[in-house]
Design a protein around this ligand. Structure first.
Ligand SMILES: Nc1nc(=O)c2c([nH]1)NC[C@@H]1CN(c3ccc(C(=O)N[C@@H](CCC(=O)O)C(=O)O)cc3)C=[N+]21
Length: 283
């Protein structure tokens, strides 16, 4: 028996159909959802992601603005731009593409975004709201993962969930969402002793480590739901996840592929958060 493949492109398409209806209802009230994306530097991967985000906005007939700065731009210039966007009624969501160059204080930049426009959910106020179980904006990647659980009817109450990775943008918020859904959550990371001991107990396994094919079949419980958040570029240019897909799909009950899994859902939930922000502003 091989695993059910959880198709992120298909799920993204399904959700985006509903966004279109909601965007049209807003347009009738004179509001068009607007997203501003700030990119600093010429990292080619970042440039591709930003282009995809802007294209997704256009497809959904959202307004979007892309602001690109050279890598050596002064932090103050970016902070002033954020202040301007905070006050701009056409803009409901602001995203600063990470990582920022080394001379930036990322936390300071993220805290400069108005919390009600923080569609990434990275502002401390929004992180706090999520921790308290009153989310305002759920970070897009973990949010997208919860949509896979809904779609596949994954029962999280009482489930053993293991998250590998403890980043602020994926691991921590993911663990919090699983906890709030009633799972028993273990967060593993680079200092974890005997990783396989933990992963083999997981009914739900989320890999967000950033190491190609890190999770192998022998680490997975038969029938587990395996979510691969990794996007690693191999020397041959191909994308590859944190999970050894070919091996693990023979053991897992369900699995997300890379590409075509979590990635498209991340962008979809960015649209969802931007739409939500626009709806709140129109109330
Ligand atoms: N402030 C901020 N917010 C982010 O959400 C953010 C960020 N910074 N920095 C970079 C990461 C990365 N990220 C991806 C989104 C979609 C795909 C995606 O759609 N991937 C496609 C493949 C795309 C390709 O072929 O390169 C897929 O998995 O099928 C990938 C990566 C958002 N990020």
């Amino acid at each position: 028996m091989t695993a059910t493949i959880l198709d992120g492109n298909a799920l993204a398409q399904k959700l985006r159909a509903d966004f279109k209806t909601r965007a049209e209802a807003l347009a009738a009230k004179g509001t068009r959802p607007g997203l501003a994306v700030i990119l600093v530097g010429e990292d080619p991967a970042s440039a591709v992601y930003v282009r995809n985000k802007v294209a997704a906005c256009e497809k959904a007939s959202f307004h979007s603005e892309k602001i690109v700065y050279p890598a050596d731009v002064a932090q103050d210039v970016v902070l002033r731009k954020i202040a301007e966007l905070n006050a701009d009624a056409k803009i409901h969501g602001i995203l600063v593409q990470l990582p920022l160059p080394k001379h930036f204080d990322s936390d300071l930049v993220l805290e400069a975004i108005a919390p009600e426009k923080d569609v990434d959910g990275f502002h401390a106020e929004n992180v706090g709201a999520l921790m308290q179980g009153q989310p305002r904006f759920i970070p897009c990647t973990p949010y997208g993962v919860t949509k896979f659980f809904e779609e596949a009817g994954v029962k999280l109450k009482g489930a053993e969930a293991v998250v590998i990775g403890r980043s602020n943008i994926v691991g921590k918020p993911m663990a919090m969402l699983l906890l709030q859904a009633g799972a028993t959550v273990t967060i593993c990371h680079s200092q974890t002793k005997d990783l396989a001991f933990h992963t083999k107990r997981a009914d739900v396994l989320v890999a967000a480590v950033g190491r190609p094919k890190f999770v192998t079949a022998d680490m997975v419980k038969p029938g587990a739901v395996v979510i691969d958040v990794g996007i690693n570029r191999l020397p041959d240019g191909k994308l590859c996840g944190d999970v050894d897909f070919d091996g693990v799909k023979e053991v897992a009950g369900a699995i997300t592929p890379v590409p075509g899994g979590v990635g498209p859902m991340t962008i979809t939930m960015l649209l969802a958060n931007t739409l939500e922000a626009a709806e709140r502003s129109a109330k």
